[in-house]
Design a protein around this ligand. Structure first.
Ligand code: MEV
Length: 323
């Protein structure tokens, strides 16, 4: 045992392009942003896994008496418990763990709070016994995420672990993208929390109903991703913004937008954004807008706040998981 207390943190994410279609093999472009979840792990003398989160939830589990939970089931903490248990089981140690999570990431609005919690929790607990590579942490986080969202593409855990801006697809995996210009993003919240699993399921039903040619929409989403990759590399912000707005048309088409999200997109565009779209699963959740400069971003964010919505300016986080 190396130490009795370890800390790890992992960032939030936005999906710039390709959410939902990525579940069916299309590429997505994601960015980690400068809001983090920090996990602090301590070894316990007994066999309990105790998890406390500053969003006001806590849960206590027994390792030996599997299935025994000392608190009522908790959807938010369940994957984190699974993640911690996986690491403890891999360590061959019989001790329990106490885990404290502090998060700057609003949860349930598509900013990857669940992935950041799983990634930071796994890394903090792993550091108590070993020091596995980031890839090891990421793979376990994806397995735990799949408890609540069984068709997860894995994209959220990859970006939270490795940071920066990346192109991700299920087949090819991830590739970091060089950015020619800083991206100034404004993230605003509809205030409506969603379940990613439910929305992915909604898209599956939509796809199977065959009303629109889903594979044609996925092809268009892939083309948008390809062009966006070039615009990111060349620093063409105007093109990037236009492509975000084009991507939003597809997301609206598959039924994952929301009246309030459309209102936020309209507000962002009126305030001078270069493009705007929902980010993540949708159905409410968050909207991202691309600003030409930090100053423009501040103006867009304040106009959105004046309209009664929460909004924040976000910068790309290049570090990913820190332990
Ligand atoms: C959720 O952040 C992104 C989705 O594409 C689901 C996934 O990739 O697993 C909606």
């Amino acid at each position: 045992m190396k130490s009795i207390k370890h800390v790890a943190s992992a960032p939030a994410k936005v999906i710039l392009f390709g959410e939902h279609f990525v579940v069916y093999g299309a590429p997505a472009i994601l960015a980690a942003i400068n809001r983090r979840t920090t996990a602090t792990a301590r070894i316990r003398a007994d066999d309990k896994i105790v998890i406390r989160s500053d969003i006001g939830t806590s849960a206590e589990y027994s390792r030996t008496n599997v299935g025994k939970r000392d608190t009522t089931p908790n959807e938010i903490l369940e994957p984190i418990h699974d993640a911690v248990k996986r690491v403890l089981d891999a360590s061959d140690k019989s001790s329990g763990v106490e885990l404290d999570l502090q998060s700057e990431i609003p949860y349930g609005i598509g900013l990857g709070s669940s992935a950041a919690s799983c990634v930071s929790a796994i890394a903090a607990v792993d550091s108590l016994f070993a020091s596995h590579q980031k890839k090891w942490v990421c793979e376990r986080a994806i397995e735990s995420e799949r408890m609540i969202h069984k068709n997860s593409s894995g994209a959220d855990c990859y970006i939270s672990t490795f940071g920066g801006i990346m192109r991700y697809s299920k087949d090819v995996g991830y590739k970091g993208l060089e950015v020619a210009r800083n991206l100034n993003l404004v993230v605003s919240s509809t205030g409506i929390r969603h379940s990613t699993g439910d929305l992915v399921e909604r898209v599956r039903t939509f796809r199977e109903a065959g009303l629109l040619n889903f594979s044609e929409l996925a092809k268009q989403a892939s083309e948008i991703c390809g062009k966006a990759e070039q615009s990111i590399r060349s620093g063409n912000l105007d093109n990037l913004g236009r492509l975000m707005t084009e991507n939003q048309v597809l997301l609206k088409g598959i039924g994952v937008s929301h009246r309030k999200a459309e209102e936020l997109i309209e507000l962002s565009m009126k305030a001078g954004a270069l493009g705007a779209k929902i980010t993540g699963a949708g159905g409410g959740g968050a909207v991202i807008a691309l600003a030409r400069s930090r100053g423009d971003g501040a103006r867009i964010a304040s106009l959105i706040s004046n309209a009664g919505y929460e909004s924040l300016q976000a910068q790309v986080d290049h570090k990913g998981l820190i332990r």
